[in-house]
Design a protein around this ligand. Structure first.
Ligand SMILES: Nc1c(NC[C@H](O)[C@H](O)[C@H](O)CO)[nH]c(=O)[nH]c1=O
Ligand SMILES: CC(=O)[C@@H](O)COP(=O)(O)O
Length: 161
């Protein structure tokens, strides 16, 4: 289902466990920072809304989305229950977009396979800045909210498994 048909900020709040016992790491790419800051706000506000204590949210910044891989790997080494990797990749004139998107997706997938701490893929991969705006707090909601919900659910799954 396309994002246009499912708002990123819509979810059943009754299905979310109280997250006051969890600690989260958030790694934020500085590329397209007007977008990534909007994603971060969506994620942070959602974690707080579900009981996470502000002191239990660690934020690190990295230069670009490709560095989310290394930053998330190091964040997994901290005492956190889940990591959220936040980035915004926007198509330019060349194939670089393809390599960055594929590299980050594969790298974060590998971190989920190799290590115990879940890493949530909160990376927008848009054709235009307008698409990114619409998915970071615009008409299609906020992928940061979606990512925070996923992080809480995966932290709970890890705790119970
Ligand atoms: N074009 C975008 C980039 N490019 C930079 C890479 O992510 C990386 O930092 C660089 O290749 C050095 O390793 N990054 C984004 O996050 N978004 C873009 O649109
Ligand atoms: C995703 C990118 O790296 C891209 O925005 C860079 O732009 P260009 O392909 O025009 O070099």
């Amino acid at each position: 289902m396309a994002t246009a048909n499912k708002n990123l900020s819509d979810y059943d709040k009754t299905t979310i466990p109280n997250a006051n016992k969890f600690r989260f790491g958030i790694v934020v790419s500085e590329w397209n920072d007007t977008i990534t800051e909007g994603l971060y706000k969506g994620a942070y506000d959602t974690l707080i809304a579900h009981g996470v204590l502000p002191n239990n949210i660690i934020r690190w910044d990295v230069p670009g989305s490709f560095e989310l891989i290394y930053g998330s790997k190091k964040m997994q080494e901290q005492m956190v229950n889940a990591v959220i990797a936040i980035g915004s990749v926007i198509q330019g004139e060349t194939k670089h977009f393809d390599f960055v998107c594929e590299g980050v997706a594969q790298g974060i997938k590998d971190l989920n396979v190799i290590h115990e701490t879940p890493v949530i893929f909160c990376v927008l991969t848009d054709n235009t800045m307008q698409q990114a705006i619409e998915r970071s707090g615009g008409k299609h909601g906020n992928k940061g909210t979606e990512a925070a919900v996923a992080a809480i659910k995966m932290a709970e799954l890890r705790r119970n498994s």
